[in-house]
Ligand binder design. Sequence first.
Ligand code: SF4
Length: 352
Amino acid sequence: MHFCVENLLDWYDNHQRLLPWRQEINIYHTWVSEVMSQQTVLAVVVPKFSEFIKQLPTVYDLAACDEETLRQLWSGLGYYARARNLQKGAKMIVEQLNGHFPQSYEAWLKIPGCGAYTAAAIASICYYEKVACVDGNVIRVVSRLLALSDVWSQSGQSAIQDYVNNIIPAERPGDFNQAMMELGATICRKSKPLCHQCPLQKHCLAFTNNCIAQCPPKKPRRTSVNIELFALIIWHKETNTFALVKRTKRFLKDTIGFPLVSTDEVIELESTLYSLSIQISKPTDNFSHTITHHRISGRVFIVQLTENSDSALILQKLGFSAPIYWVKRSDIAEQLATTLDKKVFQLFLMQN
Ligand code: SF4
């Protein structure tokens, strides 16, 4: 075993955090926890994980779960596409693999939403397969251990992958992967790393050379793109209900929320509403929102339907197909799963 791996595993044995999915090896639990933990902090993941497993204890329950329940169980974790893919994967396991989980890294890669990182985590933890996980935490730890100045290029990424592939021990690959991630999350932190508590300090070149702040170097930023969007609040005033749709286009695809339309579409939409004698408000003040490198400048139109409006026909003419969810005002706050929708509704509240 590589000398620094022994220190790392000793440290992990004594300092690992007690997490609900670490109590015993359970493939389903490992899979769900790994998907939930991507881009979400553990303090949020732990209670959501426990509730998720309580409500959907098996892969069969996940496969059969209705969308509304899944959305509620995922709310607060963000990136709902992950939940959708998780369920797609569960359906594939139930329908095509008779409920048997894939047995290797390669086989997990075929499951929807399961990339190299998740497949490596599951295969190493549950099947003792010697495949290394590389995420942001691991990149940071390795770049400091080796004092690497190039980590974001193709060759830099390969150097990191090769290094962990070389040192991952055959006896405890899952613990090694978890220990590296744990070390990155709790000790070798992005800022103010706790080097005096680090089990790898005497092997760390960045510590020895006093260049921790330069490792890893800053990631080159993607150029941001400015986008103009309009959100529609379709409001049935008499029943005080709001139309939510399942979005099928680029932004927030597959989430349920207020319809979003582009600048081109809004012109057509206004003329359709005019021909149907439906009232549309002036656009509200701007709201801003960022999704990855897209900087969205949005405005909100309120489309007010009356008792006599044929809601289904209007929505169809506006190009919104079923399912349409009519949500009561008293329930809307808890039904809005994305920050963008919450900002949109806030603008509505300021006017109504
Ligand atoms: S010594 Fe410090 S910089 Fe080096 S690996 Fe440990 S925590 Fe990270």
